[in-house]
Design a protein around this ligand. Structure first.
Ligand code: AMP
Ligand code: MG
Length: 493
């Protein structure tokens, strides 16, 4: 039997959607890591994936039977400026796989060589960005955030030239699909309404089949994408995740997080935090993310205007109405998530809202560690667990926080849930482990400079259970010392 069973729907779309492109072979592939859990879910033979033959396929040296490799085309707004022609410049879609539960997933190789959309780039990736994407995307998945995933990573045995020479690597990425807001923009800008309709039909069939039953399926699809995006960005905010490059070509319409280039989780809370070295204006700062998502969705709505309604004014009115629902949807998702983190059934307008705002204020004023603030609150939610394995050794609230903590305890006393149940809920919403930048950095340095994958593998093992804290793993939950703080991140190109 073939090691991977493909069923390629995107490759059946007409040729204006992609360029046929095989991965370009590399000198000497070697394994980095295989994601057994994901492989099983996809019905891929784990032993094969672990073997030399599997490594060759992930490296792009062998195209497996049933694969129809292609590079997809798209456009996009990058930092607010429109670029009419982007596309997979360092990636190819091998094809689609139906998971054991019958869900369809893309299998893509990233760093697999140049394509017609490389625009002068080499189509390759250094090992650093591959490890970063593996760690952060898989951590996000374990944290319950919709995201692309990492099936496997391999080294290429070749060097990649950037500011220095680095070992090359390839990541096998899995996504519910790789279709972006920029994919719609590409056809809209060309006034290719037929392709726009085809793409919308494709997305409705693949991701939003319920939209088909609506009077206006295109509008229903737009509304569904808006809802998904509101939920997604709320999840990011509640974890202190900063995407860093929310260009419209990096926003998937299936609602999964994609592009782990300059991303970073915050250590100390600062709403204006930016990490990306190229984001000089702070366009994609933490506090801006909901606004940018809203803006990106308005770009999608605009691209859909020609097929939303035959009459332009009506199309604009429909689009506007849909877009206007975003802030309230985001707020609702964010507030519900915050209630879970604080151990409350609901956050009521008034006293509760002030409680939440004052917590953010306190965190900002004292530059409290984002992750440990919420984790410590979970520790404190049940007096019975005093002395149990908690993060008290790593983090304690400052004296200035005592009045706020008293207010919170008073508020908790009015809740109907038991403190035990409440604490369990809080623990499940406030991880002990996030991919801390200094640990990600250390893992990358060890792999790049010393061929040592142990720090990467240990960190990944820990991130697979982000809510399960034990003192033996304290190092992975500890914030960086001043000399370990990572202040800037760089796009993985
Ligand atoms: P990103 O900033 O990762 O969203 O990439 C923006 C565009 O640049 C995409 O079309 C990528 O495919 C392309 N790109 C990035 N790095 C490379 C590379 N090393 N070679 C070719 N194309 C690249
Ligand atoms: Mg991208």
């Amino acid at each position: 039997m073939d090691p991977i069973i493909f069923d390629n729907s995107y490759a059946r779309l007409p040729e204006q959607f992609y360029a046929r492109q095989a991965p370009v072979p590399v000198a000497a592939p070697g394994p980095i890591r295989v994601n057994h859990q994901l492989a099983k879910q996809l019905g891929i033979d784990v032993n094969w994936l672990d073997s030399e033959a599997g490594t060759q396929v992930i490296a792009g040296n062998a195209v497996p039977p049933g694969s129809e490799p292609l590079a997809s085309v798209y456009a996009g707004h990058q930092f607010g400026g429109y670029n009419p022609q982007l596309g997979d410049g360092r990636a190819v879609l091998l094809g689609e796989i139906l998971s054991l539960e019958g869900r369809r997933f893309d299998l893509q190789l990233k760093g697999s060589g140049p394509t017609p959309y490389s625009r002068g780039g080499d189509g390759r990736s250094p090992i650093g960005p591959v490890l970063r994407e593996y760690l952060v995307s898989e951590a996000m998945h374990r944290l319950g955030v919709p995201t692309t995933r990492a099936l496997a990573a391999v080294t290429t045995g070749e060097k990649v030239q950037r500011d220095e020479s680095y070992p090359g690597a390839v990541l096998a990425r899995v996504a519910s699909s790789h279709i972006r807001i920029g994919s719609f923009q590409y056809f809209a800008a060309r006034r290719d309404t037929d392709s726009l309709s085809l793409l919308s039909d494709y997305i409705i069939d693949r991701h939003y089949p319920d939209a088909r039953n609506s009077d206006n399926p295109i509008l229903a699809m737009l509304e569904a994408i808006i809802s998904q995006q509101a939920q997604l960005v709320a999840r990011w905010q509640l974890l202190g995740f900063i995407h860093g490059v929310m260009n419209t070509d990096n926003i998937l319409v299936c609602g999964e997080t994609i592009d782990y280039g300059p991303c970073a989780f915050m250590d100390q809370f600062n709403p204006d935090q930016v990490f990306s070295s190229i984001d000089h204006a702070g366009r994609y700062a933490y506090r801006q993310q909901p606004n940018i998502a809203h803006w990106n969705l308005s770009v999608l709505a605009q691209a859909l205007l020609p097929i939303l309604d035959s009459e332009q004014q009506r199309a604009i009115a429909l689009a506007q109405k849909a877009i206007n629902t975003f802030p309230a949807q985001f707020l609702l998702a964010n507030t519900q998530g915050m209630a879970d983190k604080l151990g409350l059934q609901a956050i009521e307008e008034g006293e509760d809202t002030a409680l939440v705002e004052d917590l953010w204020q306190l965190m900002a004023e004292h530059a409290l560690d984002f992750t440990l603030t919420f984790r410590r609150l979970a520790d404190l939610a049940d007096k019975q667990t005093e002395g149990k394995s908690n993060v008290g050794d790593l983090f304690e609230f400052p004296d200035d926080a005592q009045p706020w903590l008293e207010r919170w305890h008073t508020r908790l006393a009015r809740e109907k849930t038991s403190s035990k149940a409440r604490q369990a809920l809080m623990y499940n919403n406030s991880p002990a482990f996030i991919p801390r930048n200094h640990l990600v950095e250390a893992a990358i340095v060890a792999a790049t400079d010393r061929d040592d994958l142990n720090p990467f593998n240990q960190l990944m093992d820990t991130l697979e259970n982000p809510y399960r804290y034990g003192k033996a793993l304290a190092l992975f939950a500890t914030p960086p010392s001043p000399d370990q703080v990572v202040r800037q991140t760089f796009c993985g190109t």
